[in-house]
Design a protein around this ligand. Structure first.
Ligand SMILES: [Zn+2]
Length: 210
C-alpha cells in the first residue's frame, strides 16, 4: 500500500502559499504548503502522503479524488454536515432539487454528505446552474502541461467529479481494494475487468437521479 511504511515520511508543513500543495524534496521528505489552516485542506494535503510511490499517471485523478474523499466525505467537518442536513429537507434549496434527488435514492442519514456531492456532479451533467460549486470547475490536471492533459485518463475531471468517481470505486471493492489497485501495476481492465471508460459510464449512471 502507498505510504504503508509511514515511519519513512517526514511532514514539513508551512503556511505561506496562495495555493495548497504537497511535494517531495530530494531527501524524500514530504513538504506540505498550506494556504489556509482549515481541517479540510490539511486532511487533503496529508492524504497525498499515501501516494508518494505511485508512478502510473493514468491513476493520478484517483489520488486527488481520494484526498477529496477523505476531507469531504469520510471526515467532513461539522459545519459541512450541518449545512447539507439543512439543505436535504429544504424545499426552496435549488427548487427542492436536492430533496427530490435524495428521495430518488435508497439512503440513510449517514450517506447524505456523499449523496450531496453525487447530486452536485449530476447537476453539472444535467446542465443546471453550478456556479456555487467552484471545485466543479477546478481540474485535477493543474500540475500537468497541455500535452499530458489529453494523454492520461481522468485528467479532464474536476476535483468534485474525481471525488464522486473515487467513492464509486470504493463502493465496488472497498478502501483496501482502492489501495490495492493504486499500489499495483495493473491497468483498469486487469484490476476491474473493465476499461476506464466503462467504469466512468457506470459511475455516471450510478449518480443519475432514479
Ligand atoms: Zn491535491
Amino acid at each position: 500500500m502507498y505510504g504503508g511504511n509511514v515511519d519513512d515520511i517526514t511532514y514539513h508543513i508551512e503556511n505561506k502559499g496562495a495555493r495548497s500543495f504537497t511535494s517531495i524534496n530530494t531527501d524524500g521528505k514530504i513538504e506540505i504548503t498550506l494556504n489556509n489552516l482549515t481541517v479540510r485542506t490539511l486532511e487533503h494535503e496529508l492524504m497525498h502522503g499515501f501516494f508518494v510511490d505511485y508512478t502510473d499517471l493514468n491513476k493520478y485523478w484517483i489520488e486527488e479524488g481520494f484526498c477529496e474523499y477523505v476531507a469531504y466525505i469520510l471526515y467532513p467537518d461539522n459545519k459541512l454536515v450541518e449545512g447539507i442536513s439543512k439543505m436535504s429537507v429544504d424545499d426552496s434549496y435549488e427548487d427542492g432539487d436536492f430533496k427530490r434527488y435524495l428521495q430518488s435514492k435508497n439512503y440513510d442519514d449517514n450517506d447524505i454528505v456523499r449523496l450531496y456531492f453525487d447530486y452536485v456532479v449530476n447537476r453539472l451533467y444535467q446542465g443546471k446552474d453550478v456556479s456555487d460549486y467552484p471545485k466543479l470547475k477546478e481540474k485535477v490536471a493543474t500540475n500537468f502541461g497541455p500535452n499530458e492533459q489529453s494523454k492520461y485518463y481522468g485528467l479532464e475531471l474536476s476535483y468534485t467529479e474525481a471525488m464522486s468517481f473515487t467513492a464509486y470505486l470504493i463502493d465496488l471493492n472497498g478502501l483496501d481494494g482502492l489501495f490495492d489497485f493504486m499500489s499495483s501495476e495493473k491497468s483498469y481492465e486487469e484490476f476491474y475487468g473493465k476499461s476506464y471508460y466503462i467504469l466512468e459510464k457506470e459511475w455516471k449512471n450510478s449518480i443519475s437521479e432514479n
